[in-house]
Write a protein that binds this ligand. Sequence first.
Ligand code: X2X
Length: 344
Amino acid sequence: MKLRRSLLGLLAVAATLGGFSAAAPAQTYKSEYKMSLVVGTAFPWGKGGEIWANLVRERTQGRINIKLYPGVSLIQGDQTREFSALRQGVIDMAIGSTINWSPQVKQLNLFSLPFLMPDYAAVDALTQGQVGKDIFATLEKAGVVPLAWGENGYREITNSKRPIKTPEDLKGLKIRVVGSPLFVDTFTALGANPTQMSWADAQPAFASGAVDGQENPMSIFTAAKLHTVGQKNVTMWGYVADPLVFVVNKEVWNSWTPADQAIVRQAAIDAGKEEIAIARKGLVEPDQPLLKDIAALGVTITKLSPAEREAFVKATRPVYAKWKPTIGNELVTKAEQAIASRKK
Ligand code: X2X
């Protein structure tokens, strides 16, 4: 079966090469390409990886065979090193969060500016518009090949101590954040006690009570069963959302024929669309069924009135102002304008 598949693959490569005299020779193809992900297929993010890999395998008749490495296992769980490892070729391809790559690509902090994107239409206005194109050009310059957008989601605040309705409720709470300085600034401004750790280290820290809270999309909350590690209070404040980016290492990309490059790109776009729909499921319907499911687990879900939310916006404004020039005044202003004129 395996032999038959590789023979078929060789035939298909030969057929493709016929049309492109300058194409890379077939023997440069690896038997397996390693895809890095923070979480596995129980999560929309990992599901997106599976969809992408399957589409590529089918559409290339097995010429490009991708294996998933969830838990950022290729870099021992150290998610903020993923981008460097991608550039160096330790990782062949990835679906990565803008947060995890922001230490290397400062423009990606755009999506972590507190309360920049009020709703999903705002997220789409950025990723699907000129801002998204500008960021892809930046990633390209940084040495990877970006292909499509996906989504982790709106990061809601959770904790084991009490419902959070005001910034005062965050006072003194030890909150796990990803290893990105902007998050430390945001939670410090809110009076919390932020502590940076990887996702791998975070879960035992919730279980032991070493940290009180965290922020992540509700799809991560449910798949990781965070209610079983003390996270009994959720506040829907929608302060940031992290998009995902589908990328390939540059040398790997250049080793593929133009026809295969086109297949991988289109498969990423198709998988990205599907992944975004999965990530938003249960949250975009008017009655938000996902929140009902979470409440049924004994979790208190707090929704903020516009005035209550505004108190968090106000408290984090200095952080926004501090980071705008670091990210790039021009880029942030362009994003603000795209959001102001978004189709709702
Ligand atoms: O570590 C996190 O919080 C996670 C899983 O959301 C990311 O990788 C950004």
